[in-house]
Write a protein that binds this ligand. Sequence first.
Ligand SMILES: N[C@@H](CCC(=O)N[C@@H](CS)C(=O)NCC(=O)O)C(=O)O
Length: 203
Amino acid sequence: MKLYDYLPSGNGYKVRLLLKQLGIPFQLTQMNLVKGETRTEEFLTMNPNGKIPTLILPSGDILTESNAIILYLAEGTRFLPEDKLMRARVNEWLFFEQYSHEPNIAVVRTWKALGDLDELQTATLPQKMANGYNALDVMEKQLQTSDYLVGNSYSVADIALYAYTHVAHEGGFDLSNYPGINNWMQRIKNQDQYIPITDDCQN
Ligand SMILES: N[C@@H](CCC(=O)N[C@@H](CS)C(=O)NCC(=O)O)C(=O)O
């Protein structure tokens, strides 16, 4: 498999972490997003949306969208429950991540990483922060009652939500009032074959 990725990206990290935990070797191509490397004609023929992660399967088929990729890779493994309702619960968290969590927590982190905020970003920041804290509140409520997000076992729901939660402080989010989330993040760090977000898995 060949993964087009960018190491600071939580979306890319979801795929890297799962590939590592599944023991699937892959070749990593790092894309410089700041230089627009996902916007070249060549890259856009693979992913017309111009984004990483983009995964090339051994068959040559191309997969995009981090949560679609991890669902595909997790099929038939311990990272995705077989039970229909439990799978729906995993999907609930994956859709929640893309609509309520990532657009706030990840976006604010990226803005801050890129330097000074422009006028529009400065005006939108308070709402983004409030939305991000709302998403953390929802996770905390669940993690006060269970060790993992779905059915008390580690799944792709945890991988998807961990990716940007564990670096939320880089966007200015204070996680000190979220004991459930903090304990859950520690449980994830203790998983077999855990890698940090900066690991390119190439050795
Ligand atoms: N919904 C997509 C979002 C992917 C995404 O936003 N990727 C960003 C990096 S985190 C990217 O490639 N940005 C480059 C660009 O838009 O030019 C997913 O979950 O994979």
